[in-house]
Design a protein around this ligand. Structure first.
Ligand SMILES: O=C(O)C(=O)C[C@H](O)[C@H](O)COP(=O)(O)O
Length: 208
């Protein structure tokens, strides 16, 4: 996997995962894989995140592990050092873009408006995260983006569910959707990997 566009082709849903304990990360990744999901975005929202990325990268080589919630240049470098294979940012600033580009990793920069998407196009980028998707207009907004900006492909995230994912996935400019519902906090805390696998199966059956 060398490009962000290939990243979106791996699974119809990119799990957005928040972990409080790094130890559980490999089993969460294995449950997702068993359910047919081939990517995992571990968000840098918790102190455990970088260690979790390291563990998945070294122990579960069949899943493509990335870092999400990358909001500072330092986090971009730290995630790359931890072994992240891709980076995801909720929004973009010039310094953050410089830092994620410097890692050499594929990345999904966040945009919520046409102007933000156009600025990223000026930087040579064509594969973006649309965040917060539901609050920014949902599928109707993305469908409208495709008129003036048909060259862009999005991963909408934020308020996406198994129920509304098909509405996004049916659009010409959506490669996959992202969401946290595959790995509910209570399922992770209870080590209920069967539930995570079942949620992953439901997602991998969605048509991309
Ligand atoms: O953490 C980030 O980098 C984000 O940009 C936000 C997450 O992708 C969304 O918060 C997930 O949204 P839900 O699936 O609605 O829980």
């Amino acid at each position: 996997m060398t490009t962000s566009s290939e990243l979106l082709d791996l699974s119809p849903v990119m799990p957005v995962v928040v972990l409080d304990e790094a130890e559980v990360a490999p089993d969460v990744a294995r449950a997702l894989l068993a359910g047919g999901i081939r990517t995992i975005e571990l968000t840098l929202r918790t102190p455990a995140a970088l260690a979790a990325i390291e563990k998945v990268a070294s122990q579960v080589p069949d899943i493509v592990v990335g870092a999400g919630t990358v909001t500072t240049p330092r986090q971009a470098a730290d995630a790359a050092d931890a072994g992240a294979a891709f980076l995801v940012t909720p929004g973009t600033t010039e310094s953050l873009l410089d830092a994620v580009t410097a890692t050499g990793l594929p990345f999904l920069p966040g945009a919520a408006t046409v102007s933000e998407a156009m600025r990223l196009t000026e930087r040579g980028l064509d594969t973006l995260k649309f965040f917060p998707a539901a609050a920014s207009g949902g599928p109707a907004a993305l469908k409208a983006f495709a008129g003036p900006l048909p060259q862009l492909t999005f991963c909408p995230t934020g308020g996406v569910s198994v129920a509304n994912a098909p509405d996004y996935l049916a659009l010409s400019n959506v490669g996959c959707v992202g969401g946290s519902w595959l790995t509910p906090g209570d399922a992770v805390a209870a080590r209920d990997f069967e539930r995570i696998e079942a949620l992953a199966k439901e997602c991998s059956a969605l048509a991309a």
